[in-house]
Design a protein around this ligand. Structure first.
Ligand code: FES
Ligand code: FE
Length: 461
């Protein structure tokens, strides 16, 4: 059991109180726990690294991180490879570029060279410098991660014989397919991702990504007090964001989480009708998913099941996360002129030490999104999310404070509490699988996130 003890003798199971649904605050600052997470979480689960539209051509590559390990994500003969960015000769970093194109990656130290798929190619003055080499050439390549593509998103893991990506997603896949696999040509990035450093533990952001809806009402309250939502005042709603808190939340035994938010209020505003009077197709045409116009609804019908279409027109997944460190926002944002423009973003919160993370923000559009809509989506996303986004300035203000309070001699014994429990089941007529609860947003999804964290952290090594 000693592998589950921290330096001061605390065991990992002392950090979480299953019955009380509480987690010790020190979990957000402990160095040794952080080191164990690098092996047990980031060394074991599937991690999102980007999208294939970032590297469309032979030799294109981007540098990304799996935990603290730098990796080269590159395209070779049409396939995507993820190679550890460490020279097998003496440990130099192979590439220091964020992105580029290279048919050959050559180490700047002694010149060993590798193909984009990580295979060892050659060394300079090989008959001298490789003289006496015991290993086969095949053994000298860059370490390879296991890779999968999902809706063009690139995921990789070091857990070569572990669960498949589909097993990892489990029941949540039915919902993610509605976001990532709904159009004929798929999504593409609207440019390279934004990146910025936040002085916070990755779990402060990670657990929020597991569908913390509640904070919106306070931390992002201004959203209801300016332009878009404020328009609701005319209907006597004021800038009230409370209706946005209702829907169905999907929890997952693997820590994934989705908030499916009721579109009823928006459809009523756009049509002046009760949404129940409209068919699924009519609703989708009035309010198509982000990145789509009414003509593209035909694509939805082709790629999704009737049950998925029903949910898409009723309570589509809009925000949530994928364990351990991905957040998605596929949101419908009301505009001052009464229309609605969608936004499609994905973030990763990459750990850089117990009190530092790198926030990476990708903005997406559908490949078929018409240029005018694309422009609106990108502008709006830049305003709301990521480096310049007003919403996420709020979030990135709270996480560093939580990380600091977790260091105090008293504060570290305080707890994160997840006691708002659903006492409801799936909404009536809900066709989707999984653990689904209807109503005002609660803590269940985030609690499941912690339970999976705990499972991985205490698993037999
Ligand atoms: Fe890369 Fe020597 S460390 S060639
Ligand atoms: Fe937020």
């Amino acid at each position: 059991k000693s592998h589950n003890l921290l330096a001061d003798g605390t065991s990992i199971s002392d950090l979480i109180d299953i019955e009380m649904r509480e987690v010790k605050l020190r979990t957000l600052s402990d160095q040794q726990l952080y080191d164990l997470e690098q092996q047990r979480i980031f060394g074991k689960t599937w991690l999102m690294l980007g999208h294939e539209s970032e590297i469309p051509n032979e030799g294109d590559f981007v540098q990304r991180f799996m935990g603290e390990d730098s990796v080269i994500v590159s395209r070779h003969k049409g396939e995507i490879y993820v190679s550890l960015n460490v020279c097998p000769h003496r440990g130099m970093k192979i590439t220091t570029h964020d992105a580029g194109n290279a048919k050959v990656h050559k180490c700047i130290y002694h010149g060993w060279a590798f193909r984009p798929n990580g295979q060892f190619l050659a060394s300079p003055v090989a008959d001298q410098c490789m003289h006496g080499t015991i290993r086969d050439k095949e053994d000298l390549g860059l370490q390879q991660a296991r890779v999968t593509l999902y809706g063009g998103l690139i995921f990789a893991t070091w857990n070569i014989d572990g669960p498949s990506f589909d097993e990892f997603l489990g029941d949540a896949k039915w919902y993610y397919d509605m976001l990532f696999c709904r159009s004929d040509k798929g999504m593409e990035v609207a440019g390279p991702p934004q990146r910025f450093i936040i002085r916070a533990n990755w779990k402060a952001a990670g657990e929020q990504s597991a569908a913390d809806g509640f904070h919106t009402l306070t931390l992002h309250r201004w959203l209801g007090e300016v332009g878009n939502y404020k328009k609701g005042e005319e209907e006597g709603e004021g800038g009230d964001l409370t209706p946005e808190m209702f829907g169905a939340e999907v929890s997952s035994p693997h820590g994934h989480a989705l908030r499916c938010i009721d579109l009823g209020r928006k459809i009523r505003r756009l049509t002046g009708k009760n949404p129940d009077e409209l068919s699924t197709e009519e609703k989708l045409k009035v309010l198509p998913p982000p990145g789509m116009n009414p003509e593209m609804v035909e694509q939805l019908k082709k790629n999704l099941s009737p049950e998925q279409l029903q949910v898409m027109a009723w309570m589509p997944p809009q925000v949530g996360g994928m364990f351990p460190n991905v957040l998605f926002g596929f949101v419908y944002i009301p505009q001052a002129d009464g229309s609605v423009v969608g936004s499609m973003t994905l973030h990763t919160y990459v750990p850089k030490g117990p009190d530092k993370l790198e926030f990476t923000n990708w903005i997406f559009v559908e490949k078929d999104t018409p240029p005018e809509l694309r422009e609106k989506m990108v502008m709006q996303t830049i305003q709301l999310f990521g480096t310049s986004g007003m919403v996420e300035q709020d979030d990135s203000d709270t996480w560093p404070h939580m990380t600091l309070t977790a260091k105090g001699a008293q504060g570290r014994h305080s707890t994160l509490k997840y006691q708002a429990i659903y006492e409801t089941d799936k909404p009536d007529g809900w066709p989707g699988p999984g653990i689904v609860n209807e109503g005002f947003t609660k803590d269940d999804t985030q609690w499941h996130w912690w339970l999976y964290w705990y499972e991985l952290m205490t698993a037999e090594q």
